[in-house]
Design a protein around this ligand. Structure first.
Ligand code: ZN
Length: 333
């Protein structure tokens, strides 16, 4: 139906939608790229499903598409609903075939193994779009609060690093989610997080990035899809691309938090969580217990510092050394 008010508003460009297939990697995978254009303004890239079992972002992109077609006020938004369509089909985090974590391979290698070639094709396609910022959509665990995760500019120095990290923080704040900084610098480097898509774009292209995490893996859960969609819309609103901002997520915990491993099991047994994600705890507060199948409590694990559980480990049985949760750590508690 023709919206008369809209049709008569000549000051506002009518968004147009186009659809391309990126032929990526040695197996010539078709990666859809959906682009909404509404005239002058920033260029935004939103990517999802780089981990094939993390599909909340696909749902968020599919729901966002008609809304952007209707409401985008300016600029261009490129949506990549799945960077790992084979992993999606096979319910696998990694790329089936060579079993690589695609999100540790950027900027990729045109002469490397199949996953490195896939990473390289994705990298070149995103780079050619010259994004002003990038949002990557992930899923942590079934029992988790949603959050915005910030990379570290470990390959950058001085003002360049400070300015870029500050711009990334602004994206995270506009998401309306709890904000976590990545692991401390030594572990960030050791885990090769500067070769994750967001880490590589931040460090190598000097483009601000943010990772948004929500929902359970493997299926589309309505509330988590809505959470991710609202978080993206908050960021687009903050750049003048949408007319309205959603409310911050009710789970948001303000402050400076850093992603960390939670307490580790000292013995093997049944993991019994004692707390919900997102509840602030003092140092020494009980977090989980380990029980035997014969009904003995083998161990109680406590908070090693003040903070809160971000996500509970998706396992009912643990062995010694396994962290029982992801922890949000604060210097100030
Ligand atoms: Zn992921």
């Amino acid at each position: 139906m023709l919206d008369l008010r809209r049709a008569l508003d000549y000051s506002r460009p009518v968004p147009s939608r186009s659809h391309a297939l990126l032929q990526a990697g040695p197996r010539a995978l078709d990666l859809p790229v959906l682009s909404i254009r509404a005239g002058a303004g920033p260029t935004v890239v939103v990517t999802a499903n780089i981990h094939g079992d993390e599909c909340t972002g696909i749902g968020a992109i599919l729901q966002l598409l008609p809304e952007l077609e209707d409401q985008l006020l300016g600029g261009t938004v490129h949506l990549y609903p799945s960077l790992n369509p084979e992993g999606l089909e096979q319910r696998s985090r990694r790329v089936p075939g060579d079993d690589q974590d695609l999100n540790r391979l950027f900027p990729g290698d045109a002469r490397g193994n199949p996953s490195e070639r896939l990473a390289q094709a994705i990298w070149e396609d995103i780079k050619a779009k010259k994004p002003d910022f990038l949002i990557d959509l992930h899923t942590d665990a079934a029992s988790a609060i949603p959050y915005a995760l910030l990379d570290r500019g470990i390959q950058l120095r001085g003002d360049t690093r400070r300015n870029l990290e500050q711009r990334a923080l602004t994206l995270a704040m506009a998401s309306g989610l709890t904000i976590l900084e990545e692991y401390p610098e030594d572990r960030y480097r050791r885990y090769r997080l500067d070769r994750a898509l967001t880490g590589a774009i931040l460090n190598r292209l000097q483009v601000p990035t943010v990772t948004l995490e929500a929902g359970p893996r493997l299926y589309l859960e309505e509330g988590s899809v809505a959470t991710l969609k609202a978080a993206i819309k908050g960021i687009l609103f903050s750049h003048g691309l949408l007319p309205e901002a959603p409310l911050p997520h009710p789970s948001r915990i303000l402050g400076r938090w850093r992603r960390d491993a939670g307490p580790r099991a000292g013995v093997a047994g049944i993991l019994v969580p004692l707390v919900r994600p997102g509840v602030i705890l003092k140092k020494g507060a009980p977090v989980a217990e380990i029980w035997s199948l014969t009904g003995e409590r083998l161990e109680q694990l406590v908070a090693e510092a003040g903070g809160f559980v971000v996500s509970l480990a998706e396992r009912s049985h643990v062995v010694a050394g396994v962290p029982v949760c992801t922890w949000a750590f604060s210097e100030e508690l």
